[in-house]
Ligand binder design. Structure first.
Ligand code: PGA
Length: 250
């Protein structure tokens, strides 16, 4: 099973801070073998990471992109531009974009298709809010988000990563229990199978208050193949320890 650990830096780090992170993490990178490690900095630090991580096994990801290949889309970044920077992964449909930037399922689907069309590996985020969870609607919400993103797509699913990120667990320190994460991840695999006919082949990450102490509980779950990490990915030394803890738990 793949072990895919992605760092989502969100709107953090200057160029100088990103360069310092690179210098620290490359000293630890030989201990990451067997794990696919991806760093998704803000767009402004992609070039710095590309230079700083050159010839290392750490991959570059973006946090978002537009679905069009180019044109009059002021303020947007397209898939070609990301490829040009050596980006291999792109986070699509993060709950902060859905909730704060008004990104709907149609936009998420377009972005997912554009990523695949352009050889970028999408990390598709899905997850329920606290209110939806309390109402017992988790499966319904996950199923709806997955069907709207993936339903009827003529592809064999290869390359897609799905991140299960319960909204209430993001940045709160209240991570989902491993039992709940497993239940949701298994449901996601089942839905992906129904949408694409290749559910078993898709890696599902857990995301939401993951840290070096709890990562092992998630990556050892049968349906979970890694993690999407926000706050705990910002400091190189502790992020390295998190990756090592994940490897040791397998
Ligand atoms: P967190 O964020 O690890 O800080 O909870 C995860 C995410 O938003 O991807």
């Amino acid at each position: 099973m793949e072990l895919i650990i992605a760092a989502n830096w969100k709107m953090h780090k200057t160029i100088a801070e990103a360069a310092a992170f690179c210098r620290e993490i490359i000293g630890c990178a030989e201990k990451f073998s067997g794990a696919e490690v991806i760093i998704c900095p803000p767009f402004t630090a992609l070039q710095t990471l590309r230079d700083g991580l050159k010839d290392r096994s750490i991959k570059l990801g973006a946090q978002n992109m537009h679905w069009e290949e180019g044109g009059a889309f002021t303020g947007e970044i397209g898939p070609f531009m990301l490829q040009d920077l050596g980006v291999e992964y792109v986070i699509i449909g993060h709950s902060e974009r859905r909730r704060l930037m008004g990104e709907d399922n149609t936009a998420v689907r377009r972005k997912l298709q554009a990523a695949l069309r352009n050889g970028l590996r999408p990390i598709l985020c899905v997850g329920e809010t606290d209110a939806e969870r309390t109402r017992g609607e988790t499966d319904e919400v996950l199923g709806n988000q997955l069907r709207k993103a993936l339903g009827g797509l003529a592809l064999n699913g290869s390359g897609i990563v799905i991140a299960y990120e319960p909204v209430w667990a993001i940045g709160t320190g209240k991570a989902a229990s491993p039992e709940d994460a497993e239940k949701a991840a298994a449901y996601i695999l089942h839905e992906a199978e129904a949408c694409l006919g290749c559910g078993d082949a898709l890696p599902v990450q857990y995301g939401g208050s993951v840290n070096q102490d709890n990562i092992g509980d998630y990556v050892s779950l049968p349906s979970v193949s890694g993690a999407l990490v926000g706050g705990a990915s910002l400091e190189a030394r502790s992020f390295s320890k998190l990756i090592q803890a994940a490897r040791e738990a397998l």
